[in-house]
Design a binder for this molecule. Structure first.
Ligand code: SAH
Length: 457
């Protein structure tokens, strides 16, 4: 790489876009110096203005396209340009699936050094809109009222939003309704700079199969002015509400939730189904956001696990036990481990709810609990991992290599850490057999994949 960048700030140049970054920016190269440009697609050509120059890469702004991609489409959402939520609305859905396939294939080769692994075409949605079952929106003040929506790109300015096209409509209705009711009772939004005001975020969760709704009001203060009336008005406006919860977060932080959660009205949980299994979901528990594709993903995980009914299975990072209970139907015994205590409470309740008795759940770090189980003589024929974006802890991977389950099923929401971890397993006598990407997050760059990994004999 040249010591000196080949472009200067404010240069206007013609470029050819070759690739797309994980953030969804087009990549153009000038003498091998990469420039990242929002809203440009691979295969396109155009004029850009250089807006930022770092040592090894820079950023540009698209001024004009001279050649457009056949996959370019008009974004369906009117606020797409300002909002940071979606990155791919300007690309056709088939183009999105191709990009995600390529992303998985590329990292497996580049990071995992796994050239020969079979990667299947991405399983996409028939209708890739209105799929999310959970909305979490920041609230702000405006002259005479409240706004609720999303942060403008790279800032904490809140843009008011009436509809989000990847949300299930009920969540839009909840956000609008709660905003109006809180406005009516003069509840102030939280002000980040002054650390004053009450309402920080509104969260809405919708049970896709049951139609049940949970509303969480995340507040700075323990008290909510006119709380009783707020609750009554919400119930009158949205009869499908089964649970209204308050979470108190008194800290100066970007983290949404605080430690204190209390029920204001109704149940502590709402219910939903994935396949034929019923799940109780509480405010703080992780639950997959795309229920339709979750079924596709879990069926793939189940298929990759190859269960006959005789196996002991460990589900690391089990959340509320979704995958554990899915697998328990086909296994002899399942052990699930998860770090969030409330999620394990939900997991136990979910086992009971479905009359499933061959599962046990433990609270703790997978990398701590699984070695303990191993030393107590609990071993697994099949081990499933579904870690957060940072991937598996190395201690856990080492334990897997020692325990030698005949099969590992890796469910991943980040192809880069998947590839890194597959390499570690490959170096420890495992072989990645196939990888199936599933599109859980249409219109965004996020990409989910499940891998089947076998012990080499
Ligand atoms: N399998 C579940 C949850 C997957 S999300 C599902 O599909 O619904 C990842 C989960 O891992 C989250 O619930 C998170 O709380 C949990 N987690 C994060 N770090 C962990 C760790 N070190 N050990 C165990 N669980 C962890």
């Amino acid at each position: 790489m040249n010591q000196q960048a080949p472009v200067k700030k404010n240069d206007e140049i013609y470029v050819h876009f070759e690739d797309l970054t994980h953030e969804g920016n087009g990549v153009a190269k000038v003498d091998s110096y990469p420039l990242f440009v929002p809203n440009a697609l691979p295969g396109e050509k155009g004029k850009i203005k250089v807006v930022k120059v770092n040592k090894n890469y820079g950023f540009g702004k698209l001024m004009e396209l001279t050649e457009t991609s056949p996959d370019r489409v008009a974004p369906a959402c009117p606020i797409y340009d300002a909002c940071g939520g979606c990155q791919l609305q300007h690309l056709s859905y088939s183009g999105q699936l191709q990009i995600k396939y390529k992303q998985v294939k590329d990292v497996l080769t580049r990071i995992g050094k796994l050239e020969n692994v079979k990667v299947h075409p991405v399983l996409g949605m028939d209708d890739p809109w209105r799929y999310r079952n959970k909305a979490q929106v920041p609230v702000g003040d405006r002259e005479g009222g409240l706004i609720a929506g999303f942060y403008k790109h790279r800032s904490h300015d809140i843009i008011d939003m009436e509809a989000c096209l990847i949300q299930q409509e009920q969540n839009d209705i909840v956000v609008q309704t709660v905003k109006k009711i809180c406005e009516k009772y003069g509840i102030y939004a939280y002000n980040e700079e002054l650390h004053k005001g009450t309402l920080r975020h509104i969260m809405a969760r919708y049970g896709h199969k049951t139609g049940e709704i949970m509303i969480v009001l995340i507040t700075r203060t323990k008290e909510i002015p006119h709380k009783k009336m707020v609750v009554e008005d919400i119930l009158k406006a949205i009869p499908e509400v089964r649970s209204i919860v308050q979470n108190v977060n008194a800290k100066r932080t970007n983290v949404i939730f605080g430690d204190e959660t209390k029920v204001l009205w109704g149940n502590e949980v709402i219910y939903d189904y994935i396949g034929n299994i019923r799940f109780a979901i509480s405010a703080r528990s992780f639950y997959q956001v795309n229920p339709e594709q979750t079924k596709v993903l879990y069926n793939k995980a189940l298929e990759f696990a190859g269960l006959t009914g005789e196996e002991t299975v460990i589900d690391a990072y089990c959340g509320i036990g979704t995958i554990s209970l899915f697998l328990a139907q086909k296994a002899k015994q399942v052990y699930g481990v998860e770090i969030v205590p409330e999620a394990i409470e939900d997991a136990k309740r979910n086992a009971e709810l479905n009359g499933i008795t061959n599962v046990e759940f433990a609270v703790g770090e997978a990398e701590t609990i699984i070695p303990q189980w191993y030393s107590q003589g609990i071993n697994a024929d099949v081990l499933v991992v579904d870690p957060p974006r940072k991937g598996c802890d190395e201690t856990l991977l080492k334990t897997i290599i020692e325990m030698k389950p005949r099969q590992v099923v890796y469910v991943s929401c980040n192809p880069a850490t998947l590839a890194r971890d597959l390499r570690i397993l490959e170096d420890g006598s495992y072989q990645t057999v196939e990888v199936q990407p599933v599109d859980m997050f249409p219109q965004t760059m996020h990409c989910e994949a499940v891998a089947k990994i076998m012990l080499k004999l």
